[in-house]
Design a protein around this ligand. Structure first.
Ligand code: BG6
Length: 510
């Protein structure tokens, strides 16, 4: 991750460290005719090409079973790219013709089943003997089969300096056991260093920035512990419902969909110890350690909710049970809030509250670090009845930045305090163009940097941390499912979870 991350700051520091061009590679996408490829992967590759980070020996082979041809696929990619750049709404809102011509000639389609050895034989002929990345943008049930077939066809064999890498999309398993089994299966064919398990949250600049913020500044780290921090809140609120993914979501739910992966990444970045270097294993060792120290505090500290009908942005929206491909009496949660403890020297006694849900009032992902209150004694004989809490909020999306909240004297003859905010907004300081979040991840895989990918033990530690909550939710029909209206801040039971501890959630609307 050095190159791309460094380039973001070079503007300010004048470091001028330019990322190097990735080595030549055939980028094979299983599921290459699908939505993820068009919406995210191809735009990310286009951005990398614009930045001059791809070699002339780069090409894309899309593998899928749909009846497509090279020309149809190229036309679809072209349209997807036009949509993508149009959304920028700036001078960059026009597709660069030189880049498209460069890319166009490097795209080809291979039709075949993901299970049929013949597909892999033809793929082998297409790739030849050079570097290759195999991106599994397919339903999770194909992950194991595709890797088995790649191995049987010797497509994952690395000869000399040549690399062969596999990028595995989410979901990686549906619980701890299945994640373990999938790891075992993949590791029969691949070495760990060939596997790039993706979590797209790690492609977000602001998520990567958590480490920079914590470890490149002298004043946060001394405060970053149980002596000074009262609790931490991590929120990933979405306004979208399940969209067209009802079938997938029914068997998944908010807990599996968001917590062991995305929210655990946010938590690990916030709570881990400083790694000794940016070396992939040094970072992943620290993440693993902190994830292993997490435990769920009890069934009463997990709140599961499901959205009913409501109003969002002035428009009436239907409830979850009325969404397509959702059972009329579904008990799948679309919201989860939970309290976690981290049992180590830095964090013992500091609760981490997590919440995520669909169809909430606003879209917002943030981490709020609530510091302990200052002693009140000094203000006893003043009109101040309580002190403003100090909160540092790391805004991940849609706004990107950091806010510090603290108390200041309100001008006037008496001592009165007001809560004020100091805000750093990413977009005011850096002029990086909009990205899909996949640029860094693809570039890092092409250059062999696995820092932002999950190692087998990281994945398993994420699942292990939430496994008790999964068990409590599933073993008993009595596990309550709390309704909330679409467009609200979530179920009131989630407020009660914090109120029991004398705390409250950050206001979603702020
Ligand atoms: C995906 C989940 O992994 O992340 C989706 O499957 C969710 O349900 C999405 O909407 C959220 O990602 P982002 O980047 O919009 O926060």
């Amino acid at each position: 991750m050095d190159g791309i991350v460094a380039s973001a700051s070079s503007e300010i520091q004048g470091a001028g460290l330019q990322p190097r061009r990735a080595p030549p590679c055939t980028f094979v996408v299983f599921g290459g005719g699908g939505d993820l490829t068009k919406r995210l992967l191809v735009p990310a590759i286009y951005n990398l090409a614009c930045a001059g980070l791809l070699d002339d020996g780069f090409s894309i082979v899309a593998v899928d079973w749909a009846e497509l041809s090279d020309d149809i696929l190229r036309a679809q990619f072209h349209e997807a790219l036009q949509d993508f750049v149009a959304k920028r709404g700036t001078a960059a809102a026009v597709l660069r013709d030189d880049i498209w011509r460069w890319l166009n000639t490097r795209v080809s389609y291979l039709r075949g089943s993901f299970e049929d050895p013949a597909t892999f034989e033809r793929l082998g002929a297409r790739i030849g003997s050079g570097n290759a990345v195999f991106y599994l943008a397919v339903a999770a049930r194909f992950f194991g089969t595709i890797v088995d077939r790649l191995g049987e066809s010797h497509l994952t064999d690395e000869v000399g300096e040549t690399y062969r890498r596999v990028i595995v999309e989410k979901p990686f398993g549906h619980d701890l056991n299945s994640a373990r089994e999938l790891n075992i299966r993949l590791l029969r064919t691949l070495r760990e260093r060939q596997i790039y398990r993706i979590d797209h949250y790690l492609g977000k600049e602001t998520v990567q920035n958590i480490m920079a913020l914590r470890f490149s500044n002298g004043f946060f780290e001394p405060l970053w512990n149980r002596q000074n921090i009262d609790h931490v809140q991590i929120t990933a609120a979405e306004t979208v419902g399940v969209e067209k993914r009802g079938r997938f979501y029914e068997g998944t739910g908010a807990l599996r969909d968001m917590v062991p992966n995305h929210l655990m990444q946010l938590l690990a970045m916030t709570a881990m110890e400083a790694p000794v270097s940016f070396d992939a294993d040094a970072v992943r060792d620290e993440k693993s350690k902190v994830l292993k120290a997490i435990h769920c505090t009890g069934p009463e500290d997990v709140v599961r909710g499901q959205y009913g009908g409501g109003v969002l942005g002035g428009t009436p929206v239907r409830g979850y049970r009325d969404e397509p491909d959702v059972a009329p009496a579904s008990r799948t949660e679309t919201y989860v809030a939970m309290k976690l403890a981290i049992d180590n020297w830095r964090w013992a006694g500091v609760p981490f509250y997590l919440r995520t849900g669909k169809r909430l009032a606003v879209r917002k992902t943030e981490i709020a670090i609530h510091f302990r209150r200052a002693p009140y004694a000094l203000f006893r004989d003043t009109p101040v009845d309580r002190l403003t809490p100090n909160i540092m909020t790391i805004h991940i999306q849609p706004t990107e930045g950091v806010t510090l909240q603290f108390g200041a004297k309100i001008p006037g003859p008496t001592v009165r305090l007001g809560g004020v905010r100091m805000k750093f907004d990413y977009s005011e300081w850096f002029s990086e163009g909009p990205s899909t979040g996949y640029e860094t991840l693809i570039y890092d895989c092409l250059t062999g940097d696995a820092t932002l990918f999950q190692r087998a033990d990281n994945i398993e530690a994420g699942w292990r941390a939430v496994q008790p909550a999964l068990d409590w939710g599933e073993r008993t029909e009595a596990a309550p499912l709390c309704p909330y209206a679409a467009g609200s801040a979530g179920p009131i039971e989630a407020d009660a979870l914090l109120a029991r501890d004398g705390r409250q959630w950050q206001d979603l609307a702020e």
